[in-house]
Design a binder for this molecule. Sequence first.
Ligand code: NAD
Length: 258
Amino acid sequence: MFSDLKGKKILITGSTAGIGLAAAKAFAAQGAHVGINGRQPSSAIGAVLSEFDGLAGDVMYFAADLNQSAECKKLVDEFVAHFGGMDVLVNNAGGLGGRDGLENIDDAFYDRVMDLNARSALMMTKYSIPLLRESAAQSGETSCVISTGSIAAREGGGVGAGIYAASKAWLHDIHRNWVKEFTKDNIRFNIVSPGTIDTAFHEDKPSELKANIANSIPMKRFGTGNELAPSFMFFASHACSGYITGQILDVNGGQMCP
Ligand code: NAD
């Protein structure tokens, strides 16, 4: 079904664990050339890379802290130097960045959360656009940007996570703007919007709270990274979604039905 992903050059930010790693492995299993990214030095990433052993595609790790725009540019430059172009960008790096009430929030807190979830995706997309434009021109098909949004963007997030939720709503919305600017270049923009997924994102929560959250989900459990991966593949595949852009796909076990 996803056979046109074979040989595609796909960069996934924030992909040393969780949802990003599951997506990266799924793309590699289809024979794609996959760039993974995190903040850790390359020397610390051996176990992650070994998870790609035996998969049809190839993988390369690129260390970059995407809170900084210069690092976004460096990541794109290094990816292209290695793979020779880019067909798909997945803006997945993100996270809560801290949890605190409005009255305690200061500029440093605001900047940290917005830089990680909004500015990083903005700058990654900015530096990738020329490559994605070139990819589409050469293939005669579409190239694309996929960003990881959040259920929080739709419902406001938990108490203390307001800036995180707003940063994801910002991401959902700026995709709509990019559709207007870049559809002429045959670049598509879509969002995969997870509900509550069992990753390190929730490691600070006590098990009783996790059980309560699971119980509030119609499917009565958290989702997994592997259950997210096919949605990224669907949007990355021109054969599957070449006429789909500006959309948000919610993968949330029925937690919210917008
Ligand atoms: P995770 O903590 O397992 O993975 C986060 C990844 O991002 C890691 O690879 C980490 O190294 C990387 N990362 C963090 N900060 C970075 C930075 N400054 N520069 C580069 N890489 C960085 O979490 P996850 O749950 O897999 O989260 C992935 C995405 O999914 C995030 O954007 C998150 O907001 C979103 N999301 C997660 C959930 C959930 O329930 N897990 C729900 C909605 C949205």
